[in-house]
Write a protein of this length. Structure first.
Length: 121
């Protein structure tokens, strides 16, 4: 019965997990704050938890995937990648493969699935 209910729903992704964690942190902060601030922080925590639940149970998976991709792109820009390497996605399993820059045209073997493909670095 639960499998039927969850069928076609978005489920948990990085954005909904972040919203849930933020709601939890804010709820804990509300529990130790002054009475005037407690009401505001509790309301913010409830709103964030509600948005996370909405995203998890949403059937509009294309829109939720887009929102999650935008969220992840913000964090990926802040990550610093190695300057001497290029990154390619394996065409078979979509695993990110790191190869050295400036080696010309090379054959890359995916460490996960073993698929080989040729790229210019």
């Amino acid at each position: 019965m639960m499998n039927d209910f969850n069928s076609g729903r978005n489920g948990t992704d990085a954005l909904s997990a972040f919203l849930t964690a933020a709601a939890l942190v804010i709820a804990v902060a509300a529990s130790v704050s002054a009475a005037a601030i407690r009401l505001i922080l509790t309301l913010v925590a409830i709103i964030l938890a509600g948005i996370a639940l909405f995203r998890i149970f949403s059937r509009n998976t294309a829109r939720r995937r887009y929102e999650n991709d935008v969220f992840l792109s913000v964090f990926r820009k802040s990550e610093k990648k190695d300057a001497g390497f290029r990154y390619f996605r394996c065409p078979e399993c979509k695993t990110e493969c790191r190869v050295p820059k400036g080696k010309g045209k090379i054959k890359i073997t995916c460490p996960k699935c073993g698929h080989q493909f040729i790229k210019r670095t």
